[in-house]
Every structure is written in C-alpha cells, then in structure tokens.
Design a protein around this ligand. Structure first.
Ligand code: ZN
Length: 386
C-alpha cells in the first residue's frame, strides 16, 4: 500500500494528475513542509490544497516523477527540468517538470502544458504545391543536408517532421536528436540532448552515427562541433535535416560558413535551404477590403490596382480578426551553379543574385501573392518577412 487506497506511487500520481486536469489546473505544486509533504494545485490563479503526504511517501512520489521525466531519481539538490506525457483517458497531455532544491528537500512544480502536438504530413500543412512538392522530392532523395530556417515559432520543427513523415514507412532507419523532443513519433529513434550531463548534440550524433542510420534529424545546429558532424554525415551517404536561426534561405548557407565550415564542404553537403514564417490567416468572415497604400504599391508593384484585406474581428474569430496560420516559405534547391557561387564567392550579394537568377520565389513574393488572394494582410507579411 502506497497511500490512501493507492497501491503504488504511479497510481497515486495518476490520480493526482487526473484530479488536476479535471479541475482545469495550470500547475501542480509538490512541496515540502517541516511536517511532511503538501500537494497544491493552481486553478485560475488561485492555489488550493489537494493532498497531504507523509515524508516517506513524498520521497517515493518524487522519485517516480523524476524517473518518468527522464531525470535521475537518485539525484537531488540541484535545479533541473524535465518533461513527460500523461495519458488522460487516451489523450496525451504534456507535462513540464521543474525542480527547486529548498531547505527541506526538492520541491517540484508540474506545469500542465496541454495536448501533445499532432504530427502532420506535408500534404496537411497548408503548403502551396511548389513548396510541398519541392520538400517532398528533396526528402525522398534521402541524401544530403536539408536546412530549415526561421526565427523561433516559425514552425521549423513541424515542417521537418512533416518532411520526415514522407519517408517514415519502415524502409529507413531515422534517428532524431533534439532538446526537447517536441513530437513523439512511431517509427523513429528519438534521443534527447541534455548538456547538464554532457549529452551534447555532438556526442549524441557521434553515437547515433554508429547505429547505422539512413536519416538524421538534428533539432538545432548552432555549435561548430555538431555542424561538422552533420556536414560529414550528409557527405557520407546519410540524409541530415536540421534547423538554423537565420532570416532567409540564402543566409543559412552563410551561417554554416560563419560557424567555421569550409565553403566547399557546405556546397557539397547541402541540397535544400528552406526558410519559413507562420503568418496569421485573415478571418474570412470579417476581413475588410481596401486599396493598398501608395508606399506599399511603390515597394511591391504587384499590389498596384489590386484589392487587399486587413483584420477586423467578429464573433466567429473571437474578435481576433484571424483564423489559423499559413506557412509562408522560400525553397532554394542547391544545384551546381549555386555550389560554384558558394565555393568561389560566398557573399550575401552573390548568393542572392544567383538565387534570383534561378527563379527563387522569396517569402516576400509568396506572401504578396497571398495578400492578393485575400488570405493575409499586407501589414502582417511585411512585418514577418522583412
Ligand atoms: Zn472574424
């Protein structure tokens, strides 16, 4: 017997989390007091006591929570964070754990984040055919380095996963190396990076390569060590997909060079640079028609004589003026002409010129198409892509 009518710490934790979710709590606080443990929840801003626990049961409960969050249950007294998924009647709920060592022992707070995100394929992502087909063809080649780039919150990870889903049919060994693992996907070998225990991108990648993968998804490539391994892997028969924080497709090439990779290696490894923003789609019910102003017409001649729309707000969009978001991207396929420029004169100017000469449809071009179609506001596109 663990506590009350519960046989194990697992049963008790399941009971606590179920109660917390039913009461629409945002957090579960597991705290130590001089007399033992106290479990409280925060609902609509207010703290409420859920249960009290004797000290020995507290320890068991905390070890259980650390274990399922990917932390060492035997380790205490340090600040740390973890995550786990809780199965709430078939619905996966993501929980984020943070641990704070207090004067008594470790206090825990579990933030209830909500449903686990769903993974979609390329055809379900609102891509236009140009981008959807380009990404699909690139990933089906299953070789080379594919870079997906954009600021935080631009949907890079969901795009990478959508691309991976195109080939996740059991015929490839696909390994992901990430921090945190945002999507749990059947058929993939997923590894979490944890620099606190020296589990770095570089060390995990070295290990993963010994497991004979065909495809490697790297959550983020910001250190030279990881980038070098990614480049080498993509030149030795693997396909590598990763993200970078850069403004556009062309600048992702320069970022790798600035990290310290030789231009010739960047040129040989890269197959695709894809940049993306997620831009809010105008609510079709209440969007308001108007003419583009003079400055915008001068800057984007495509807008001349066109009707465009801006956000207003109505009942069906909860007064936001928007409904959903659209990925607005630019896809640069690296061919031999672009490789020559990368090797000979890897500057922003030269790369932009060759990209335009190759017919790159930039995010701004595509965004303006969507403005004219009435899906996006001109203001949102200009703010997002420039
Ligand atoms: Zn509306």
């Amino acid at each position: 017997m663990f506590h009350d009518q519960f046989t194990t710490a697992k049963d008790y934790l399941d009971h606590l989390l179920t109660l917390a979710i039913k009461q629409k709590a945002s957090d579960v606080h597991i705290e130590h007091r001089a007399s033992g443990g106290l479990i409280r929840i925060r609902t609509q801003g207010d703290m409420r006591i859920l249960a009290e626990l004797p000290q020995d049961h507290m320890s068991l409960l905390i070890r259980r929570i650390k274990f399922i969050s990917g932390l060492d249950p035997e380790r205490s007294g340090n600040l740390s964070e973890g995550r786990f998924e809780f199965d709430h009647g078939g619905q996966k709920i993501i929980m984020r754990l943070s641990i704070l060592p207090t004067n008594f022992a470790d206090d825990l707070v579990i933030r209830i984040l909500g449903s686990a995100p769903e993974v979609f394929g390329l055809s379900q992502m609102n891509f236009d055919p140009l981008i959807q087909n380009g990404l699909r063809e690139a990933v089906q080649k299953s070789m080379g380095l594919m870079l997906v780039t954009g600021p935080t919150g631009s949907g890079k990870t969901s795009t990478l996963y959508a691309a991976i889903q195109e080939i996740n049919d059991g015929s490839y060994k696909i390994v992901t190396v990430e921090d945190p693992i945002e999507y749990k996907v059947e058929g993939l070998t997923q590894i979490k990076v944890d620099p606190r225990y020296d589990i770095t991108y570089a060390s995990v990648l070295r290990g993963a390569l010994r497991h004979d993968p065909d495809v490697i998804l790297i959550g983020e490539c910001r250190e030279l060590a990881a980038a070098e391994i990614a480049i080498e892997a993509s030149m030795t028969g693997h396909m590598v997909l990763t993200t970078l924080h850069t403004n556009n497709a062309v600048s992702s090439i320069l970022r790798l060079i600035n990290l310290g990779i030789q231009p010739i290696d960047v040129a040989n490894a890269m197959t695709v640079a894809y940049a993306q923003r997620l831009i809010r789609k105008l609510c079709p019910v209440c969007k308001q028609e108007h003419a583009p102003d003079e400055t915008m017409q001068a800057r984007y001649p495509i807008l001349r004589g066109k009707k465009i729309y801006s956000a207003k707000g109505c009942e069906s969009c909860q007064n936001s003026g928007y409904s959903g978001r659209i990925p607005v991207g630019e896809l640069l396929l690296i061919d031999d002409d672009i490789r020559d420029v990368i090797i000979q004169s890897p500057s922003l100017g030269a790369l932009n010129r060759i990209a335009v000469a190759k017919g790159l449809r930039t995010m701004a071009d595509y965004g303006m198409q969507l403005v004219i179609q009435g899906d996006l506001s001109c203001h949102d596109v200009v703010n997002s892509v420039t």
